[in-house]
Design a protein around this ligand. Structure first.
Ligand SMILES: [Zn+2]
Ligand SMILES: [Zn+2]
Length: 338
């Protein structure tokens, strides 16, 4: 038996007693995966375990993998530990992972948000002794507005552009954010999608997630066929020939990073919608309090100031170096100079 239930290795967060990793970034024998974003669900592991809800997208993205699904709340013995997955509210299928060994409980949050988005399984705080928390937006300046207000802003933006005969291109990550936005938009005609967004949307719709109708952009689907349309595309599609088929369109990005004006300017965006699938400052603090944990490890974001803050609040706090946030999370916006 190792002394610490989870240890931090160069492959990822490791549980020796169960001989598994959580969201490892290098190939391992057994990976427990919190959700389908590409910085958490990586290729090359011999065996995967994730929620039933996360599995279809992960299979779609990683191809022919040996993977098994688990229900939220179902407990499973792996080696010397008991493991269960609990809703993280981040994207459909996303989970926090609870690991228990003879009364000692750790929870790895994965990415999470506290506000219920009406699509993802709502965040469910899990009591534990040690909590490993992401802190992508771990500064007091990050405070999200309720998503119904963002919905009003989106509707006004779209209607304004349509009145001027312009297409609205909204950039959002293909898993989670894109579908969340679809549900927030008014029912004002079909939403057009980039192929990368359409694929994930189709998979989630087939699973039973309630999503509005969408039309994949293809030959003949453009500003002429759908004047004043709203298009959802991955951020990488902005400013490309793909986007130019819509003529002089209005472009906007929906991300927590839009709270920082400098980032908005660097990306050449006049419009940014501040909406994130990560917890904001009050959300992080509320989530941590709700666990009842006395020890907190932070990862993924503003780790140094957030750790200091937690120490000031009386927590035994540490930082875990991980390789999350390198791809599809909101953090990628900051990393990506484009
Ligand atoms: Zn992440
Ligand atoms: Zn994520």
């Amino acid at each position: 038996m190792s002394s610490q239930l989870l240890s931090f290795t160069d492959r990822g967060i490791y549980c020796a007693d169960g001989d598994f990793y959580i969201d490892p970034w290098r190939p391992v024998a057994r990976a427990l995966v919190t959700h389908g974003h590409s910085d958490h669900a990586r290729w090359g592991h011999a065996q995967y375990l994730c929620t039933h809800q996360a599995l279809p997208v992960i299979r779609h993205r990683l191809g022919d993998i040996r993977a098994e699904g688990i229900a939220y709340g179902e407990t499973r013995q792996i080696g010397g530990v008991e493991v269960s997955f609990h809703p993280a509210g981040h994207v459909p299928g996303s989970a926090q992972i609870r690991i228990a060994r003879r009364g000692e409980v750790w929870v790895v949050s994965g990415d999470y948000k506290v506000e219920a988005d009406g699509l993802s399984e709502a965040f469910d705080p899990v009591r534990c002794h040690t909590f490993i928390s992401e802190c992508t937006f771990g500064l007091p300046l990050f405070r999200w507005q309720p998503q119904r207000l963002i919905a009003e802003q989106l509707a006004a933006w779209w209607q304004g552009n349509a009145a001027e005969g312009r297409t609205s291109i909204l950039a959002a990550y293909g898993l989670g954010k894109a579908q969340r936005l679809m549900r927030l938009l008014p029912d004002a005609g079909p939403i057009l999608t980039h192929g990368a967004v359409e694929e994930t949307t189709r998979i989630l719709r087939d699973q039973g997630y309630a999503l509005p109708p969408t039309i994949r952009v293809s030959a003949g689907v453009d500003a002429k066929s759908h004047p004043g349309a709203l298009v959802i595309a991955p951020p990488s599609a902005l400013g490309t020939p793909w986007a130019r088929r819509f003529g002089p369109a209005a472009e906007a990005f929906a991300s927590g990073w839009m709270a920082l004006r400098g980032i908005r300017r660097r990306r050449g965006l006049g419009t940014g919608f501040v909406i994130s699938d990560h917890a904001d400052w009050p959300g992080l603090n509320a989530a941590i309090r709700a666990t009842g944990a006395t020890r907190v490890f932070v990862t993924h974001g503003y780790t140094t100031p957030f750790r200091r803050w937690l120490e000031e609040q009386g927590y035994d706090a540490g930082i875990v170096q991980t390789e999350f946030g390198a791809e599809e999370s909101d953090a990628a916006v900051e990393a990506d100079p484009a």
